[in-house]
Write a protein that binds this ligand. Structure first.
Ligand SMILES: [Mg+2]
Length: 222
């Protein structure tokens, strides 16, 4: 009798797993289901590009603000957490925006390899809030071979909000961004976001997060 009940219990759990299969990005099953390369898009700054490193370096080298670390950037608006005058913050970001290559902006570790591999399966979509497209194209062409750039779709939409519209337009189901507010908006728009872990998004969401491109690679069906 006991073994019958055990069998019934096992069957119930098996049926539950069958009927309630989770989407990638939901709960513990995330790594069991792989995301197709063409279904996921990426933000640029703080995800593909190590913009915080460039900011910290320029703040010190160009403006003599040398006393803070990456971990101290705990808000997306850096002027809210660092003791740097707003005009200086704006000047640094403008410099990065207008000529990323000249500022020595580097890719995040592993980003080039993973994106390169992804482009052999499907075009990779990058949607950035930046307003200028050409400096990003120049930056991509510096770090990626021409054959890879030909398979990168870049959208410089010029504003932080309303990314969902562009993500839908490009028929993406998943998106990785470092701005918690953006990810929360995407979740409301039936897109599965992953927050790329950075000090400025800690404790600001209860969404799935990824810590590295190694982790992103493991989620993909490559
Ligand atoms: Mg970003």
């Amino acid at each position: 009798m006991k073994s019958d009940r055990l069998l019934m219990l096992i069957t119930v759990f098996q049926c539950r797993d069958y009927f309630f299969k989770k989407e990638p990005g939901q709960g513990k099953d995330r790594r069991e289901m792989k995301i197709q390369s063409g279904e996921i898009g990426f933000d640029l700054d703080g995800v593909i590009a190590d913009t915080a490193e460039a900011f910290i370096r320029l703040a010190c080298n160009e403006h003599a603000f040398c006393s803070f670390t990456l971990e101290e950037i705990t808000t997306f608006q850096v002027e809210d957490c660092l003791n740097i005058p707003i005009p200086v913050v704006e000047e640094i970001f403008n410099t990065i925006l207008h000529d990323s290559l000249a500022t020595g902006l580097q890719p995040m570790e592993g980003a080039v390899d993973v994106i390169t591999e992804m482009t052999s399966a499907a075009p990779v979509t990058i949607i950035t809030a930046r307003s200028l497209q050409q400096p990003v194209e120049d930056w991509l062409q510096h770090f990626f071979p021409a054959s890879v750039c030909a398979n990168i779709r870049l959208v410089a939409m010029g504003r932080h909000d309303d990314k969902a519209r562009y993500i839908h337009e490009h028929r993406l189901r998943y998106f990785i961004d470092d701005r918690a507010e953006t990810c929360l908006q995407l979740a409301d728009a039936a897109i599965t976001p992953f927050v790329f872990s950075q000090p400025w998004n800690q404790g600001k969401h209860d969404l799935q997060s990824v810590k590295s491109w190694l982790e992103i690679h493991a989620m993909l069906a490559l």
